[in-house]
Each structure stands twice: as structure tokens, then as C-alpha cells.
Design a protein around this ligand. Structure first.
Ligand code: TXE
Length: 456
């Protein structure tokens, strides 16, 4: 497997890909380690994750540079991702024991009856992961999965292989047994080989297309499946919004991580009363973004991680132009080495355009004028996805009224592109099945077992 730097096209290294035989052997190791890890006291599992956190802190700069080199993320944003990982780990460490402890839900002394629930590990789980935030999307799954007593076969994206190796090394250095956490390295072929093993559950982060295939395979095996997929996340800017603040916040929400976030702002609707002024302020923000060498401290727009995505973006631009949208800035692939696309803003868009319907996953955004809150709600819901949605207005009641009618896993008032470890992360429709984060996102790695206990 050739690991390329997306910013330059240069070869970083070559790594042997795990084929069917290697995957089978790794599965057998994970299965053999399963009972011992499940029987390890929760305190010891928590201690291992604490030491994993220490590893992340100790290796911070090396990890950030590897991430930037292999996925083209601007170095400051790589550091942010690692900094953001720490409170997630703290949350899991603080909450795991409580979320996993046995519950007494009923007691009847006369009947000598008790009802209890225990949270049993699922067993051996496959975690097939994505490249855009490998530390976030990885840790959302593998950390609570390990804490809950599962053994994990972790397949990082082929675009984040080196980061996946770092994660494995750090967990092992932290005391997670070598067979309780195993990395499977390779492309979709290795992922498919992994799913042919008799794993007990599969947790996937990636595209809708692959997710649908994985869901179908898991359905046939009757195993638990969670799919954390993409979005076409809408935001509505009301006529009473602070348009400068909204423009700055939304430009960041649309272009941070070079638009390659599952919860990137992908559609903006603006009330007609402030539309033109908002568009001017938004474009000014975007023109201020610096594109360049991802290792440079001042870079905000980095490389496009996957080369095929350039075609998706190019096609969305051509389609929007053909259907009458107004291109305000950008619109082109940057010629030269590596994968680069100019930060691109369209106004005058509508829902006939792919730009407003299909996931862009890049530095490109459409802004559409609306006449009322009702029209905004109808357009926000006119999508197969349902990950996040936001409203900008000083009026909380208005925001809540609108957001309660929008079909999405997360609702944002005057903010966007935000994830909290304390809140569940989930999507509806093509955005996925199941959830991560929050205490629910710990319990999701367990099977609740019902105990009916009657004394003699
Ligand atoms: O995703 P894939 P890719 C979206 C985004 C992006 C597009 C493609 O639009 O441009 O998906 O990205 C593994 N059996 N998101 O190619 O193909 C694969 O090796 C088993 C949104 O990265 O879904 C990788 O580890 N596994 C998303 C993982 O699946 C298979 C984040 C994801 O790959 C497989 C990433 C198979 N048949 C992409 N085929 C988000 N939620 O933010 C592939 N894989």
C-alpha cells in the first residue's frame, strides 16, 4: 500500500496491506483475547486509557505532523484535533464505571424478587474508520469499546494508516494487551475481509455508499451495526441575526478542515432581508482564508485528502454554473502537485443543483435566499441526510421552534460544526444508524443482560 502526501503527491512510505489470510489470523488473536480482557477489572481498563492519554500528550507534536503529512490537514488543525481528543478521553474515563455498573431496577422483599441489568461486552468488534478526523472518530468507538470490555479489530482508513499505527502503538504502550486491540491495515478490500470474520458487532464511520453495503452484510449476520455517515448540514440565518458574527462563524463551519468534516456546514439559507449583506460579509471572510503548505502555521485551507474528490467538486461547480448559480469566489482545481481546490462560494443556488443535494466534502458552499422561516424549514428538510442543523438568531424561542421541526441528530443555536463528548452524536436517514459519545455512547458497546433473581 502506497502512502502518499496529498499536499504534494510524494510517496511517504509503503506498507504491506492485510490480505484475507492476515485478517483471519488477526481475528483469531482478538477472539482468543476476548474473555481475559472482558474479565479485566474496569478500574484496570480505565487506567490503561489514562495512560493512553499520557501517550497522546507526550507524542503530541509527532502525531500532529504525521496527521498533517498523510491527510493534508493544516498543522494547527491537527494540533486542535489532538487537543480536542483529551477532554473526550477525560469524559470516557470519568463516566465509564458509572455507565457500565450493574443496575438494580426493581426489588420486592415480599416476593423475594430482584430485577437487575448488567452491561455485557459485545465481544470482538470491528471498527472500520475514516480519515478526516482519525483521532476523533477512532476514539469515539475504540475507547469506550475497550472500556466496556470488548476486543477491537481497528481498521483505520487507508488515508490515515500511519495515524492508525500510532493509535495502536500508544494503546499497547498504555497496557492494552496486544491481542485486545489489533490494527488491520489496508483499503476497502481489508475492510471487506474483516467483515467476513465472525465478529460480534461492526462500528463504521465513512460514506453512505460503503455504510449501506456494510449494513447489509451485518444484517445477514444478525450482528449489531452502527453507521456514522456523512451529512448535507444546513444552517438558516434569520433576519434578526448578527450577520457579521454569523458570517464569521459559518465561514469557519463550512471551510474548517478544508470542508472535510461530517458536520461541515454544507448549505446556507439566509432570510431575504439580510441576504445581500450576509453574502458580502461571508465572501470577505472566505477571501481571508490562507491556502498553502499544510505544515505552515498560518495555513487555514489544506489539501483535499482523496484525489477522486476533486472530480466531485469540479462536477458540482459545473452543474451549479450551468443551472444559473452565481460564482462569487474560487471554483477551480489548483494546478500543480497534490490535491488542491480553491475555497468556493456560490449564491443564487437552488435544490435542482448537486451542490445543494449531494455531500460536497470539500471547500465549497452554496447560499440560498429564503422568504420565511417556513420556507427555510422545508428546504433544510429537503435532504436524505440528517446529521446536524443550525439557526442563527438572537431569539432562542424562534431558534428552538425552527430546530424542533428539522430532522437532524444535532441542533445548533448560534453555533455549528461542534461536537461535545457529553452529547450523543447521531444522524437520521442517510447520516446513519446508532450513536457515539455521551453515556449512551459507552453503553452502546454493551449488551444489556436482564437478571430475574428470586431468593429461595
Ligand atoms: O469513504 P469510504 P472514503 C464521505 C465523504 C468522502 C467519501 C469517500 O463524502 O469524500 O465518503 O471517502 C472502508 N468493506 N465520508 O473513501 O469508502 C475504507 O477502507 C469494508 C464521510 O474514505 O466509506 C475506510 O476505512 N470496508 C465520512 C472506510 O471504509 C470498506 C468520513 C471508509 O471508506 C469497504 C469519510 C468495504 N467494501 C468519508 N469499502 C464522515 N462521516 O465524516 C471501503 N471500506
Amino acid at each position: 500500500m502506497r502512502i502518499l502526501n496529498p499536499a504534494t503527491g510524494a510517496l511517504i512510505t509503503e506498507i504491506p496491506e492485510d490480505g484475507a489470510f492476515a485478517v483471519r489470523k488477526k481475528y483469531a488473536r482478538a477472539r482468543s483475547a476476548s474473555a481475559a480482557w472482558a474479565a479485566t477489572p474496569i478500574g484496570k481498563r480505565i487506567d490503561a486509557i489514562r495512560r493512553f492519554r499520557e501517550q497522546v500528550v507526550a507524542r503530541h507534536e509527532t502525531l500532529a505532523r504525521t496527521l498533517t503529512e498523510e491527510i493534508g490537514k493544516p498543522i494547527r488543525q491537527s494540533r486542535n484535533e489532538l487537543n480536542g481528543l483529551l477532554p473526550r478521553l477525560d469524559f470516557f474515563v470519568a463516566e465509564a464505571a458509572r455507565a457500565l455498573r450493574e443496575e438494580k431496577v426493581h426489588a420486592d422483599a415480599k416476593e423475594k424478587l430482584e430485577e437487575r441489568i448488567t452491561h455485557e461486552p459485545l465481544g470482538v468488534i470491528a471498527n472500520i474508520s475514516a480519515w478526516n478526523y482519525p483521532y476523533f472518530v477512532g476514539s469515539n468507538v475504540l475507547v469506550p469499546a475497550l472500556l466496556a470490555g470488548n476486543t477491537v479489530l481497528y481498521k483505520p482508513s487507508e488515508f490515515a494508516t500511519l495515524t492508525g499505527q500510532h493509535i495502536g502503538e500508544m494503546l499497547h504502550a498504555a497496557g492494552v494487551p496486544a491481542d485486545a486491540f489489533i490494527t488491520v491495515l489496508g483499503s476497502g478490500m481489508s475492510g471487506a475481509a474483516l467483515l467476513r470474520q465472525p465478529v460480534d458487532a461492526v462500528f463504521f464511520t465513512g460514506s453512505y455508499a460503503t455504510g449501506a453495503r456494510i449494513g447489509a452484510a451485518a444484517g445477514r449476520k444478525m450482528i449489531k451495526v452502527q453507521l456514522e455517515l456523512g451529512g448535507k448540514d444546513p444552517v438558516y440565518v434569520c433576519d434578526d441575526a448578527d450577520l457579521k458574527a454569523a458570517a464569521a462563524s459559518l465561514a469557519d463551519g463550512a471551510f474548517y478542515n478544508t470542508g472535510q468534516s461530517c458536520c461541515s456546514v454544507e448549505r446556507i439559507y439566509v432570510h431575504e432581508r439580510i441576504h445581500d449583506a450576509f453574502v458580502d460579509a461571508f465572501v470577505a471572510e472566505v477571501k481571508g482564508f490562507r491556502t498553502g503548505d499544510p505544515m505552515d502555521e498560518s495555513t487555514y485551507i489544506g489539501a483535499i485528502t482523496r484525489q477522486p474528490q476533486l472530480d466531485v467538486l469540479r462536477r458540482q461547480v459545473a452543474d451549479a454554473r450551468r443551472k444559473g448559480a452565481k460564482l462569487l469566489t474560487g471554483g477551480n482545481v489548483v494546478k500543480g502537485k497534490g490535491n488542491w481546490f480553491e475555497p468556493t462560494v456560490f449564491a443564487g443556488v437552488d435544490h435542482r443543483m448537486a451542490l445543494m443535494r449531494d455531500e460536497s466534502f470539500g471547500p465549497i458552499i452554496g447560499i440560498q435566499k429564503v422568504a420565511s422561516d417556513d420556507e427555510a424549514v422545508a428546504l433544510m428538510n429537503d435532504t436524505e441526510y440528517g446529521l446536524t442543523a443550525g439557526v442563527y438568531t438572537p431569539d432562542e424561542k424562534r431558534a428552538r421552534r425552527i430546530l424542533s421541526r428539522v430532522r437532524a441528530g444535532s441542533a445548533y443555536w448560534n453555533c455549528c460544526d461542534r461536537v461535545s463528548p457529553r452529547l450523543p452524536w447521531s444522524g437520521v436517514g442517510h447520516s446513519g444508524i446508532g450513536l457515539t459519545l455521551s453515556t449512551y455512547g459507552i453503553q452502546t458497546f454493551t449488551r444489556p443482560k436482564a437478571w430475574h433473581l428470586r431468593g429461595a
